[in-house]
Design a protein. Structure first.
Length: 341
């Protein structure tokens, strides 16, 4: 029989473990199913976040899926955080296996251009995978016994927040159910992946809300420009332009339209061709208000070509206004003056 003090210590350790597990469970419920852990909060808030391209571990037919899921994360960051974000189009991943981004990317060059220091920066990795279970059951009907099959597919999104020297700061995981027999639009066959990404990001922002300084956010509702598909690379540096070169010319227009309709389902083929030749940037929706008009796509800020709405935050809006250049759905260009409140 063990010593009484030893038994008491073991009981205390067990109680502490159950408390921690309970706390994690509460956190999971609070964030739409996300499990989030902060391992090492920064001594002072980071000023900027760099986002790696998404890493996808489930079967896909095109690298377009990588671009779409990366955009899901960037969109969630714009809507659910105030973190100043550097997008994957602004730097290059040289070795994605290297956890120290100081060595595995050319991010230092971008930070120098934006006047940030490596110690003020964290970076975010997104990994998507699936978990599948197949079950069967005997179903008795009028014609006899049949074997029914049930397929349960979960999409798992994992976000990992690191310092540039490779220290893991926080991690967030969210799981959603994907119905393999559901009817989905051709341009998005796994919408559950977007939900998993959003839930994981919300959990991370909630638990690590003091990890970053607040950045500027425009009040106008925006979407990613479909043109981003022509400017993005995957984690393995694959591009959609290179992919299009490998397909039959008659199929290229269809692939281009399908890839762009993910961002604007109402997009037509002529509009997709116009946007494919422009800078990326961001677009406004049908409810756009002055100084914008519906479906404007902003391509430049202060005469500089941009690839994301996050570059509005990087524009250092300490002035009274920003000068934007936009392209209309008809392909016409116009200048917009955006007041800074």
């Amino acid at each position: 029989m063990g010593h009484p003090s030893t038994r008491k210590d073991a009981a205390k350790r067990l109680s502490l473990l159950l408390f921690i597990l309970g706390a994690l469970s509460i956190t999971s419920c609070a964030h739409g199913g996300a499990k989030t852990i902060v391992y090492e909060a920064p001594e002072k808030p980071f000023k900027v976040l760099a986002v790696f391209p998404a890493k996808i571990r489930y079967d896909k037919t095109s690298m377009v899926e990588d671009v779409h899921r990366t955009d899901d994360l960037l969109d969630a960051l714009w809507k659910h955080s105030t973190w100043l974000t550097i997008t994957p189009t602004q730097f290059r991943v040289i070795d994605e296996r290297e956890k120290a981004a100081l060595h595995g990317t050319d991010l230092v060059r971008t930070l120098r251009q934006l006047k940030f220091k490596p110690q003020d920066t964290a970076y975010l990795r997104l990994t998507l995978s699936t978990r599948e279970k197949v079950g069967s059951a005997r179903i008795r009907g009028k014609t006899g016994v049949k074997i029914g099959k049930e397929v349960d597919i979960k999409i798992v999104a994992i976000l990992e927040l690191y310092t540039l020297d490779g220290t893991l700061v926080a991690e967030s995981e969210a799981i959603t159910t994907h119905d393999p027999f559901g009817e989905y639009p051709d341009y998005d066959q796994k919408p559950a992946a977007r939900d998993a990404i959003t839930n994981a990001l919300k959990g991370l922002v909630e638990e690590c809300h003091d990890c970053f300084e607040e950045a500027f956010r425009a009040k106008h509702p925006t979407t990613t420009s479909p043109a981003i598909i022509m400017h993005s690379n995957t984690i393995n540096n694959e591009s959609f332009i290179d992919e299009l070169k490998k397909v039959d010319p008659l199929e290229r227009d269809f692939r281009l339209l399908l890839a762009m309709q993910y961002f604007q389902p109402q997009l037509t083929l002529p509009q997709s061709k116009i946007l494919s030749k422009s800078s990326a940037g961001f677009c406004l929706g049908a409810a756009a208000k002055e100084p914008f008009t519906p479906f404007d796509c902003v391509t430049h800020i202060n005469s500089k070509a941009i690839n994301s709405v996050h570059e509005l935050s990087q524009a250092r809006p300490d002035l009274q206004e920003l000068k934007l250049r936009a392209i209309t759905p008809q392909g016409k260009k116009r200048t917009i003056i955006l007041p800074i409140e």
